[in-house]
Design a protein around this ligand. Structure first.
Ligand code: CAA
Length: 397
């Protein structure tokens, strides 16, 4: 009998502060339209040191686990490229902070923004192999390029936690049907000891698009062979929606145009309409948070479902995960009947609305900090409080 596997529940966490992207543009002497239209950004999440990768991950996980039997968990993976220790896993901190069962596999997965997908795929395969347990997969990151760099308006931060199980009440994944593509490139990286990423910006866009073409072709071949996609027209149009990795929202548009080229022989006259229908609905949440590296694809999914889950039940969604360096994967899943109810429980709109808008001066002050300055926490959130005898300390409200 076929096992159904996918996402059962999810929770998100974002920093308590954000900068309006037009304020940032004006402070840099740049036409705001470059950031809003040229990059597709609206707001940029700003994490203070107390809101580190662990605190964001644990907060998202606590939200995802509301109503979930913790004894059903057998695995916890955190995908991140902004961990807090060269050895101890972010997942290990989260495991302790949430007092999860000791009889679990607990580890981090790293390959730039692909780490969360590596965790998701490992969880799916582990469940398919008959583990009999559920997995908690968390993507948590703080995207930093530095003040007044070209990448600055594409910064962001946040975490998304997903319970992956044989009871996929949000999204049932097409297990075993995916395409992968990897290449050794220096498009984006962060040398040991650096807080900010190094990036060859325009080259990174091209690396992403090359990887997308390679991964999509692999998925398409398998999807056709397994009769997952049927009917006339472009194969990509057989997908009701496509969620891309979103380093900045305009990237999803570039990706979609490139994806359609993989299906087409001649000119593309339908790209605008298809982008509006298949992709734009997934960008609302991403535009208000910025890049979350490992989490960006899953923020796109959460934003899409928060907006449209009820009308997408039973329909197939494509997902593209890209990790610089690079590796990537195109995969798909079908929206489950309880998706709308489940995503409503994640209270995404409420979490965004609770944030405070800060000035560019305040953002620059926070960027320069190395120790937490804010000793208040919103209810239900975790916070890093400092280091005692080389051990990171956390508290929760
Ligand atoms: N009004 C409207 N649009 C304007 C404008 C204006 N006044 N001025 C410029 N624009 C448009 C440009 O035409 C351009 O649009 P197109 O890309 O459609 O041509 C867009 O705004 C951006 O302009 P530039 O290319 O001149 O911008 P830039 O060189 O300053 O920086 C960037 C762009 C390279 C993406 C930079 O933001 C960056 O380095 N970002 C970080 C790297 C990144 O996100 N890469 C993505 C792929 S790698 C990945 O996905 C992994 C990851 O998460 C990092």
């Amino acid at each position: 009998m076929k096992i159904r596997i996918g996402i059962e529940a999810l929770g998100v966490a974002v920093p308590r502060r954000y900068v309006d992207i037009e304020d940032l543009a004006r402070a840099r002497g740049i036409d705001p339209a470059k950031y809003t239209q040229g990059l597709g950004a609206r707001e940029m999440a700003v994490a203070e040191p107390g809101e580190d990768t662990v605190a964001l991950a644990a907060t998202a996980a606590r939200r995802a686990l509301e109503g979930i039997d913790r004894d059903s968990l057998g695995m916890l993976v955190v995908g991140t490229e902004t961990g807090v220790d060269h050895s101890k896993a972010v997942a290990s901190f989260v495991h302790g902070l949430l007092d999860l069962p000791p009889t679990m596999r607990v580890y981090d997965a790293q390959h730039a923004c692909y780490g969360g997908t590596a965790g998701l795929m490992a969880a799916v395969e582990w469940i398919a192999a008959g583990s009999g347990k559920s997995a908690l997969v968390i993507c948590s990151d703080i995207a930093r390029y530095g003040v007044a760099t070209a990448g600055e308006p594409t910064q962001g931060a946040g975490a998304i936690a997903m319970v992956v199980s044989a009871n996929p009440s949000i999204l049932e994944l097409d297990v075993g049907i995916s395409g992968a593509y990897s290449a050794h490139v220096h498009d984006f990286w962060r040398p040991l000891g650096h807080r900010e990423a190094q990036v060859d910006g325009h080259y990174s866009v091209q690396c992403y698009l090359d990887a997308l073409a390679g991964a999509y072709r692999g998925w398409k071949e398998r999807a056709i062979a397994r009769e997952l996609v049927r009917g006339d027209g472009l194969v990509s149009e057989r997908l009701a929606r496509i969620c891309y990795h979103v380093p900045f929202c305009k990237m999803a548009r570039k990706a979609h145009v490139a994806l359609r080229r993989c299906d087409l022989d001649g000119d593309d006259t339908g790209a605008d309409a298809s982008f509006r229908e298949q992709v734009e609905p997934s960008l609302g949440l991403c535009a208000r948070v910025g890049n979350v590296y490992t989490g960006s694809l899953y923020f796109a999914l959460a934003g899409l479902l928060d907006d449209q889950a009820a009308s997408l039940v039973g329909q197939r969604i494509g997902l593209f995960s890209y990790g610089s360096g690079c590796t990537s994967e195109f995969f798909s899943g079908v929206v489950a009947p309880r998706a709308a109810e489940r995503i409503a429980a994640a209270r995404v709109g409420e979490i965004l609305a609770a944030r405070a808008r800060i000035s560019v001066d305040e953002y620059e002050r926070i960027m320069a900090l190395v120790a937490p300055f804010d000793d208040t926490s919103a209810p239900g959130t975790f916070r890093f409080t400092g280091v005692t005898e080389h051990r990171r300390q956390y508290t929760s409200a």
